[in-house]
Design a protein around this ligand. Sequence first.
Ligand SMILES: [Mn+2]
Length: 358
Amino acid sequence: MARLAKLQKTVRDHGLDALLITHLPNIHYLIGYSGSNGILIVPAQGKPHFFTDFRYKAQVKLEVAGAKITIVDRERTLLDAIVDKQLFMDFDAVGFEESRIPFWMHDFLRKKFRHLKLVAKKEMVESMTMIKTDDEISMIQKAAEIGDMVFDKVIQMIKPGMSEREISAEISYYSKKMGGDGDAFEVIVASGERSALPHGTASEKKVKKGEMITLDFGVRYRGFNSDMTRTVALGKVSTELQKMYDVVRVAQQRAIDKARPGMNGRELDNVARDYITLHGYGSKFGHGTGHGLGIEVHEIPVIAQRGERFTLEPYQVFTIEPGIYIEGLGGVRIEDDVIMRKDNVEVINKSPKELIVL
Ligand SMILES: [Mn+2]
Protein backbone atom coordinates (compact mmCIF):
# COMPACT_ATOMS: atom_id res chain seq x y z
CA MET A 1 0.00 0.00 0.00
CA ALA A 2 2.86 2.37 0.72
CA ARG A 3 4.08 1.81 -2.82
CA LEU A 4 0.68 2.66 -4.33
CA ALA A 5 0.27 5.75 -2.16
CA LYS A 6 3.70 6.97 -3.21
CA LEU A 7 2.92 6.42 -6.88
CA GLN A 8 -0.41 8.23 -6.54
CA LYS A 9 1.42 11.26 -5.22
CA THR A 10 3.70 11.15 -8.28
CA VAL A 11 0.63 10.86 -10.54
CA ARG A 12 -0.76 14.01 -8.94
CA ASP A 13 2.60 15.82 -9.13
CA HIS A 14 2.65 15.14 -12.88
CA GLY A 15 -0.81 16.67 -13.28
CA LEU A 16 -2.36 13.39 -14.40
CA ASP A 17 -5.76 11.96 -13.52
CA ALA A 18 -4.41 8.42 -13.76
CA LEU A 19 -1.50 6.28 -14.89
CA LEU A 20 -2.07 3.22 -17.08
CA ILE A 21 0.40 0.48 -16.16
CA THR A 22 1.02 -2.31 -18.63
CA HIS A 23 4.49 -3.50 -17.63
CA LEU A 24 3.93 -6.70 -15.61
CA PRO A 25 6.98 -6.40 -13.31
CA ASN A 26 5.71 -2.95 -12.32
CA ILE A 27 2.22 -4.33 -11.66
CA HIS A 28 3.76 -7.09 -9.56
CA TYR A 29 5.73 -4.53 -7.57
CA LEU A 30 2.66 -2.37 -6.93
CA ILE A 31 -0.08 -4.90 -6.14
CA GLY A 32 1.57 -8.33 -5.90
CA TYR A 33 0.10 -9.90 -9.04
CA SER A 34 2.46 -12.46 -10.60
CA GLY A 35 0.44 -13.60 -13.63
CA SER A 36 1.05 -12.97 -17.32
CA ASN A 37 -1.91 -10.80 -18.34
CA GLY A 38 -3.06 -7.63 -16.66
CA ILE A 39 -3.50 -3.87 -16.82
CA LEU A 40 -3.47 -1.64 -13.78
CA ILE A 41 -5.00 1.81 -13.68
CA VAL A 42 -3.77 3.97 -10.84
CA PRO A 43 -5.91 7.09 -10.40
CA ALA A 44 -4.58 10.23 -8.76
CA GLN A 45 -7.08 9.63 -5.95
CA GLY A 46 -9.00 6.57 -4.86
CA LYS A 47 -8.62 2.89 -5.38
CA PRO A 48 -6.59 1.49 -8.30
CA HIS A 49 -8.40 -0.81 -10.72
CA PHE A 50 -6.84 -4.04 -11.98
CA PHE A 51 -7.99 -5.98 -15.05
CA THR A 52 -7.06 -9.58 -15.77
CA ASP A 53 -8.70 -12.70 -17.26
CA PHE A 54 -10.36 -15.89 -16.04
CA ARG A 55 -7.11 -17.86 -15.71
CA TYR A 56 -6.14 -15.64 -12.78
CA LYS A 57 -9.51 -15.43 -11.06
CA ALA A 58 -8.44 -17.53 -8.08
CA GLN A 59 -4.86 -16.34 -8.08
CA VAL A 60 -5.71 -12.65 -7.72
CA LYS A 61 -7.64 -13.42 -4.55
CA LEU A 62 -4.45 -14.81 -3.05
CA GLU A 63 -2.04 -12.25 -4.41
CA VAL A 64 -3.57 -8.87 -5.04
CA ALA A 65 -3.94 -6.24 -2.37
CA GLY A 66 -5.05 -2.64 -2.63
CA ALA A 67 -6.86 -2.74 -5.97
CA LYS A 68 -10.37 -3.25 -7.27
CA ILE A 69 -10.39 -6.30 -9.56
CA THR A 70 -12.24 -6.97 -12.79
CA ILE A 71 -12.06 -10.44 -14.33
CA VAL A 72 -12.57 -9.95 -18.03
CA ASP A 73 -14.76 -12.33 -20.04
CA ARG A 74 -12.82 -14.54 -22.45
CA GLU A 75 -14.45 -12.95 -25.49
CA ARG A 76 -13.25 -9.47 -24.53
CA THR A 77 -9.80 -7.92 -24.29
CA LEU A 78 -8.68 -6.10 -21.16
CA LEU A 79 -8.92 -2.83 -23.08
CA ASP A 80 -12.53 -3.61 -24.10
CA ALA A 81 -13.32 -4.00 -20.42
CA ILE A 82 -11.72 -0.67 -19.62
CA VAL A 83 -13.97 0.90 -22.27
CA ASP A 84 -17.03 -0.92 -20.84
CA LYS A 85 -16.31 0.39 -17.35
CA GLN A 86 -16.12 3.96 -18.67
CA LEU A 87 -13.24 4.52 -16.32
CA PHE A 88 -11.73 7.34 -18.31
CA MET A 89 -14.92 9.30 -18.94
CA ASP A 90 -14.24 11.89 -16.23
CA PHE A 91 -10.50 12.09 -16.83
CA ASP A 92 -8.66 14.69 -18.89
CA ALA A 93 -5.09 13.41 -18.80
CA VAL A 94 -3.93 9.81 -18.48
CA GLY A 95 -0.28 8.81 -18.49
CA PHE A 96 1.06 5.62 -20.02
CA GLU A 97 4.44 3.88 -19.80
CA GLU A 98 6.00 5.08 -23.03
CA SER A 99 8.54 2.29 -23.53
CA ARG A 100 6.21 -0.47 -22.34
CA ILE A 101 3.05 -0.12 -24.40
CA PRO A 102 2.53 -1.72 -27.82
CA PHE A 103 1.51 0.52 -30.68
CA TRP A 104 -1.89 -1.14 -31.15
CA MET A 105 -2.81 -0.46 -27.55
CA HIS A 106 -1.95 3.21 -27.79
CA ASP A 107 -3.83 3.42 -31.07
CA PHE A 108 -6.89 1.74 -29.54
CA LEU A 109 -6.94 4.12 -26.58
CA ARG A 110 -6.48 7.16 -28.81
CA LYS A 111 -9.46 6.16 -30.94
CA LYS A 112 -11.77 5.08 -28.11
CA PHE A 113 -11.11 8.03 -25.83
CA ARG A 114 -10.93 11.00 -28.15
CA HIS A 115 -11.49 13.49 -25.34
CA LEU A 116 -8.46 12.18 -23.45
CA LYS A 117 -4.96 13.57 -23.42
CA LEU A 118 -2.67 10.53 -23.47
CA VAL A 119 0.65 11.51 -21.93
CA ALA A 120 3.85 9.52 -22.52
CA LYS A 121 5.67 8.98 -19.22
CA LYS A 122 9.12 7.58 -18.62
CA GLU A 123 10.20 5.52 -15.61
CA MET A 124 7.49 6.67 -13.18
CA VAL A 125 7.38 3.29 -11.43
CA GLU A 126 11.00 2.43 -12.27
CA SER A 127 12.34 5.46 -10.43
CA MET A 128 10.55 4.10 -7.34
CA THR A 129 11.88 0.54 -7.74
CA MET A 130 15.40 1.91 -8.28
CA ILE A 131 15.59 2.95 -4.62
CA LYS A 132 15.32 -0.16 -2.48
CA THR A 133 14.09 -0.67 1.06
CA ASP A 134 16.12 -2.72 3.55
CA ASP A 135 13.68 -5.61 3.05
CA GLU A 136 14.08 -5.50 -0.72
CA ILE A 137 17.86 -5.40 -0.38
CA SER A 138 17.76 -8.46 1.86
CA MET A 139 15.90 -10.41 -0.86
CA ILE A 140 18.62 -9.53 -3.38
CA GLN A 141 21.28 -10.49 -0.83
CA LYS A 142 19.59 -13.84 -0.35
CA ALA A 143 19.35 -14.35 -4.13
CA ALA A 144 23.06 -13.54 -4.48
CA GLU A 145 23.98 -15.79 -1.57
CA ILE A 146 22.26 -18.69 -3.32
CA GLY A 147 24.12 -17.72 -6.50
CA ASP A 148 27.45 -17.91 -4.67
CA MET A 149 26.59 -21.37 -3.32
CA VAL A 150 25.55 -22.56 -6.77
CA PHE A 151 28.79 -21.29 -8.26
CA ASP A 152 30.86 -23.05 -5.61
CA LYS A 153 28.97 -26.29 -6.21
CA VAL A 154 29.01 -26.21 -10.00
CA ILE A 155 32.71 -25.37 -10.52
CA GLN A 156 33.51 -28.58 -8.67
CA MET A 157 31.54 -30.53 -11.28
CA ILE A 158 33.06 -29.05 -14.43
CA LYS A 159 35.28 -31.55 -16.28
CA PRO A 160 36.70 -31.60 -19.83
CA GLY A 161 34.13 -33.14 -22.16
CA MET A 162 31.10 -31.76 -20.32
CA SER A 163 28.88 -29.62 -22.56
CA GLU A 164 28.03 -26.00 -21.84
CA ARG A 165 24.39 -27.07 -21.73
CA GLU A 166 25.04 -29.69 -19.05
CA ILE A 167 26.83 -27.05 -16.97
CA SER A 168 23.92 -24.64 -17.41
CA ALA A 169 21.49 -27.40 -16.39
CA GLU A 170 23.43 -27.94 -13.16
CA ILE A 171 23.32 -24.21 -12.46
CA SER A 172 19.54 -24.10 -12.97
CA TYR A 173 19.05 -27.25 -10.90
CA TYR A 174 21.07 -26.05 -7.93
CA SER A 175 19.53 -22.56 -8.08
CA LYS A 176 16.18 -24.15 -7.22
CA LYS A 177 17.59 -26.90 -5.03
CA MET A 178 19.37 -24.35 -2.86
CA GLY A 179 16.28 -22.25 -2.24
CA GLY A 180 15.84 -20.00 -5.24
CA ASP A 181 12.55 -19.65 -7.13
CA GLY A 182 14.42 -20.25 -10.40
CA ASP A 183 16.80 -18.67 -12.87
CA ALA A 184 16.67 -14.90 -13.12
CA PHE A 185 17.39 -15.25 -16.86
CA GLU A 186 18.62 -17.91 -19.25
CA VAL A 187 21.97 -19.14 -17.96
CA ILE A 188 25.02 -18.11 -19.98
CA VAL A 189 27.82 -20.65 -20.27
CA ALA A 190 30.33 -19.70 -22.95
CA SER A 191 33.64 -21.50 -23.32
CA GLY A 192 36.73 -21.19 -25.50
CA GLU A 193 36.14 -19.01 -28.57
CA ARG A 194 32.48 -18.80 -27.57
CA SER A 195 33.46 -16.89 -24.42
CA ALA A 196 33.96 -13.94 -26.77
CA LEU A 197 30.14 -13.84 -27.07
CA PRO A 198 29.09 -11.62 -24.15
CA HIS A 199 25.62 -13.21 -24.13
CA GLY A 200 26.45 -16.67 -25.42
CA THR A 201 23.75 -18.93 -24.05
CA ALA A 202 24.88 -22.49 -23.36
CA SER A 203 25.39 -24.64 -26.46
CA GLU A 204 26.21 -28.30 -27.08
CA LYS A 205 29.90 -27.43 -27.29
CA LYS A 206 32.02 -29.44 -24.90
CA VAL A 207 34.49 -27.64 -22.66
CA LYS A 208 38.14 -28.53 -23.00
CA LYS A 209 41.52 -27.86 -21.41
CA GLY A 210 43.12 -24.51 -22.08
CA GLU A 211 39.78 -22.69 -22.37
CA MET A 212 38.18 -19.91 -20.40
CA ILE A 213 34.58 -20.59 -19.37
CA THR A 214 32.29 -17.67 -18.59
CA LEU A 215 29.35 -18.45 -16.30
CA ASP A 216 26.75 -15.69 -16.05
CA PHE A 217 23.57 -16.47 -14.17
CA GLY A 218 21.14 -15.11 -11.63
CA VAL A 219 18.77 -16.42 -9.03
CA ARG A 220 15.21 -15.22 -8.50
CA TYR A 221 14.12 -15.06 -4.89
CA ARG A 222 10.69 -13.79 -3.81
CA GLY A 223 10.37 -11.41 -6.73
CA PHE A 224 13.95 -10.12 -6.63
CA ASN A 225 16.98 -11.11 -8.68
CA SER A 226 20.71 -11.56 -8.44
CA ASP A 227 23.12 -11.56 -11.39
CA MET A 228 26.71 -12.75 -11.24
CA THR A 229 29.49 -13.63 -13.65
CA ARG A 230 32.73 -15.47 -13.11
CA THR A 231 35.19 -16.58 -15.77
CA VAL A 232 37.17 -19.68 -14.85
CA ALA A 233 40.05 -21.47 -16.60
CA LEU A 234 39.94 -25.16 -17.42
CA GLY A 235 43.58 -26.14 -17.04
CA LYS A 236 46.34 -23.75 -18.01
CA VAL A 237 45.30 -20.94 -20.36
CA SER A 238 47.42 -18.84 -22.74
CA THR A 239 49.35 -15.79 -21.53
CA GLU A 240 47.00 -13.56 -23.58
CA LEU A 241 43.89 -14.93 -21.84
CA GLN A 242 45.58 -14.62 -18.45
CA LYS A 243 46.49 -11.00 -19.26
CA MET A 244 42.90 -10.22 -20.28
CA TYR A 245 41.72 -11.71 -17.01
CA ASP A 246 44.10 -9.60 -14.94
CA VAL A 247 43.03 -6.40 -16.73
CA VAL A 248 39.30 -7.13 -16.22
CA ARG A 249 39.83 -8.01 -12.61
CA VAL A 250 41.64 -4.76 -11.77
CA ALA A 251 39.15 -2.71 -13.83
CA GLN A 252 36.25 -4.28 -11.93
CA GLN A 253 37.91 -3.69 -8.55
CA ARG A 254 38.67 -0.08 -9.45
CA ALA A 255 35.04 0.59 -10.30
CA ILE A 256 34.01 -0.96 -6.97
CA ASP A 257 36.56 1.13 -5.07
CA LYS A 258 35.70 4.43 -6.78
CA ALA A 259 31.90 4.19 -6.73
CA ARG A 260 30.41 7.00 -4.62
CA PRO A 261 27.00 8.60 -4.18
CA GLY A 262 26.80 11.70 -6.39
CA MET A 263 28.70 10.15 -9.32
CA ASN A 264 26.69 9.52 -12.45
CA GLY A 265 26.47 6.27 -14.39
CA ARG A 266 28.83 7.52 -17.08
CA GLU A 267 31.51 8.53 -14.59
CA LEU A 268 31.51 5.11 -12.98
CA ASP A 269 31.60 3.46 -16.39
CA ASN A 270 34.66 5.59 -17.21
CA VAL A 271 36.55 4.18 -14.21
CA ALA A 272 36.47 0.64 -15.59
CA ARG A 273 36.65 1.71 -19.24
CA ASP A 274 39.70 3.96 -18.84
CA TYR A 275 41.70 1.17 -17.22
CA ILE A 276 40.76 -1.33 -19.95
CA THR A 277 41.55 1.25 -22.65
CA LEU A 278 44.91 2.02 -21.06
CA HIS A 279 45.82 -1.63 -21.50
CA GLY A 280 44.87 -1.61 -25.18
CA TYR A 281 41.51 -3.39 -24.95
CA GLY A 282 39.22 -0.37 -25.18
CA SER A 283 37.58 -1.50 -28.41
CA LYS A 284 37.05 -5.00 -26.96
CA PHE A 285 34.79 -3.80 -24.13
CA GLY A 286 31.61 -3.21 -26.08
CA HIS A 287 28.97 -3.02 -23.35
CA GLY A 288 28.29 -0.93 -20.27
CA THR A 289 29.93 -1.46 -16.88
CA GLY A 290 26.69 -2.30 -15.11
CA HIS A 291 22.95 -1.95 -14.58
CA GLY A 292 20.43 -1.62 -11.81
CA LEU A 293 19.09 -4.85 -10.39
CA GLY A 294 15.97 -5.75 -8.41
CA ILE A 295 12.49 -6.78 -9.53
CA GLU A 296 14.03 -7.04 -12.99
CA VAL A 297 17.48 -8.17 -14.06
CA HIS A 298 18.08 -4.95 -15.97
CA GLU A 299 16.79 -1.81 -14.32
CA ILE A 300 17.89 1.78 -13.89
CA PRO A 301 20.40 3.21 -13.08
CA VAL A 302 22.37 2.61 -16.27
CA ILE A 303 26.10 2.37 -15.57
CA ALA A 304 27.39 3.09 -19.06
CA GLN A 305 28.35 5.98 -21.35
CA ARG A 306 24.64 6.68 -21.82
CA GLY A 307 24.14 6.70 -18.04
CA GLU A 308 24.91 10.37 -17.49
CA ARG A 309 21.36 11.18 -16.39
CA PHE A 310 21.48 8.69 -13.51
CA THR A 311 23.01 9.87 -10.24
CA LEU A 312 24.24 7.12 -7.95
CA GLU A 313 22.63 7.28 -4.54
CA PRO A 314 22.20 5.19 -1.41
CA TYR A 315 19.79 2.25 -1.56
CA GLN A 316 20.42 1.58 -5.23
CA VAL A 317 21.54 -1.93 -6.12
CA PHE A 318 23.46 -2.43 -9.36
CA THR A 319 26.03 -4.64 -11.05
CA ILE A 320 29.66 -3.94 -11.88
CA GLU A 321 30.70 -6.15 -14.78
CA PRO A 322 33.40 -5.03 -17.19
CA GLY A 323 34.63 -7.51 -19.80
CA ILE A 324 37.02 -8.00 -22.70
CA TYR A 325 36.00 -10.04 -25.78
CA ILE A 326 38.28 -11.00 -28.66
CA GLU A 327 36.71 -12.87 -31.55
CA GLY A 328 38.51 -16.10 -32.33
CA LEU A 329 40.30 -16.07 -28.97
CA GLY A 330 37.85 -15.76 -26.09
CA GLY A 331 36.49 -13.46 -23.47
CA VAL A 332 36.53 -12.58 -19.79
CA ARG A 333 33.87 -10.92 -17.63
CA ILE A 334 33.62 -10.55 -13.87
CA GLU A 335 30.35 -9.35 -12.35
CA ASP A 336 29.30 -8.55 -8.80
CA ASP A 337 26.11 -7.07 -7.40
CA VAL A 338 26.66 -4.06 -5.15
CA ILE A 339 24.58 -1.91 -2.80
CA MET A 340 25.22 1.82 -2.75
CA ARG A 341 25.71 2.89 0.85
CA LYS A 342 26.34 6.33 2.38
CA ASP A 343 29.99 6.63 1.30
CA ASN A 344 30.74 3.73 -1.03
CA VAL A 345 29.41 0.44 -2.33
CA GLU A 346 29.07 -2.82 -0.46
CA VAL A 347 29.79 -5.87 -2.59
CA ILE A 348 27.11 -8.53 -2.15
CA ASN A 349 28.79 -11.51 -3.84
CA LYS A 350 31.37 -13.47 -1.93
CA SER A 351 32.68 -15.74 -4.69
CA PRO A 352 36.45 -15.39 -5.23
CA LYS A 353 37.76 -13.25 -8.06
CA GLU A 354 41.32 -14.47 -8.45
CA LEU A 355 41.44 -16.74 -11.53
CA ILE A 356 40.15 -20.17 -10.62
CA VAL A 357 41.96 -22.89 -12.55
CA LEU A 358 39.92 -26.10 -12.63
MN1 LIG B 1 24.47 -8.36 -15.50
